[in-house]
Design a protein. Structure first.
Length: 326
């Protein structure tokens, strides 16, 4: 189309849908009319067309994600099959690899189990080689790119992230600032406002999920290590610093919203820095508790009164007159 002197433009389907006259009737003529109307609408946003070089660079990323998903599916499949034979393996690629090597060399297991472990190990090795080849190709194609080198100089942006940004976005001048780029990736909070009041919700999670995943992983590497808070026999991880969306990672990651994850000090037991400890209410027999008595009792040490134990039941008679002792 560009060779013929035409300028192609990409419009998102959600921007064209409101211009269709009848929402219940959808056909080619109505869609074409809606596309033409949306094309001339003021303030319409268009997508960026990727070049052939960008598509070739992005193809290695897509192929790598496919091999990685296949390897993960293989690990989950063999873990479920081993569970049926009573061999339970913990989650994690390292643990399943170690268990497969143990099964292959242990004569105590049946021959079919050892043969299955050997086949899975060979398949995993092939997938590892293909993943390594994809990473080598990505490193080779971004070796002499100055934009990739400039992006890698920022904290949290590695080889995969920098090459994926160049292959997906291309020219970053289409965005006015980093905030617009963050909104296009779906890492900004959802806004809902009316009457001058704006409510911010969770992130929209729109746009390219692959880039968003790389940015989240990079931001986790930049953030400080989390602190462990122990509450009521549960371990909860909270970030000791501000949220990652409020920190700038290079020219690509900017402030994702005004929400900040408040740092919570370490607390042990059921004590909470913002809540009062829960005191069990004592019970009294024969006297109702009023509001004043509850306040007076709560200030004193907690003592629980139990009713006196019952005496053993007397001897009872059975149905046929026999005497049975309890």
């Amino acid at each position: 189309m560009q060779a013929l002197g035409l300028e192609p433009r990409l419009i998102a389907a959600e921007f064209v849908r409101p211009y269709r006259k009848n929402q219940r009737v959808k056909n080619d003529s109505r869609d074409a009319e809606a596309v033409l109307t949306a094309l001339h609408a003021p303030g319409m946003r268009f997508g960026t067309i990727k070049t052939e070089d960008q598509q070739q660079r992005l193809a290695w990323h897509r192929l790598r994600e496919g091999w990685k998903a296949e390897r993960t599916a293989l690990f989950n499949r063999i873990r479920g099959l081993l569970t049926e034979f009573g061999i339970v393996v913990e989650l994690g690629a390292t643990k399943i690899r170690r268990k497969l090597a143990e099964l292959e060399g242990d004569e105590a297991y049946p021959q079919n189990i050892r043969l299955m472990a050997q086949c899975v190990r060979e398949q995993v090795g092939m997938l590892d080689q293909r993943l390594a080849e994809c990473e080598r190709q990505i490193a080779r194609q971004s070796k002499n790119d100055p934009v990739v080198a400039r992006l890698r100089s920022r904290p949290g942006v590695g080889l995969l992230s920098a090459d994926a940004i160049v292959a997906t976005v291309g020219d970053a001048r289409q965005f006015k600032n980093g905030r617009q780029f963050a909104a296009s990736l779906g890492i900004t909070p959802r806004q809902h406002g009316s009457g001058g009041k704006t409510h911010l919700g969770a992130i929209t999670r729109r746009g390219d999920s692959y880039l968003r995943c790389l940015f989240v992983q990079g931001a986790r590497c930049v953030c400080k290590p989390p602190c462990v808070c122990i509450r009521t026999s549960r371990i909860r991880l909270t970030d000791s610093s501000y949220g990652w969306s409020n920190s700038t990672i290079g020219s690509a990651i900017t402030s994702g919203g005004r929400h900040r994850e408040q740092a919570r000090p370490t607390s042990v037991g059921n004590a909470h820095p913002r809540r009062k400890p829960i005191t069990p209410k004592p019970t009294r027999i024969g006297k109702p508790l009023t509001q004043m008595s509850v306040r007076a009792i709560s200030r004193r040490p907690v003592t629980t009164t139990y009713p006196p134990p019952r005496s053993p039941p007397p001897a009872c008679e059975a149905r046929f007159g026999e005497r049975v002792h309890g």
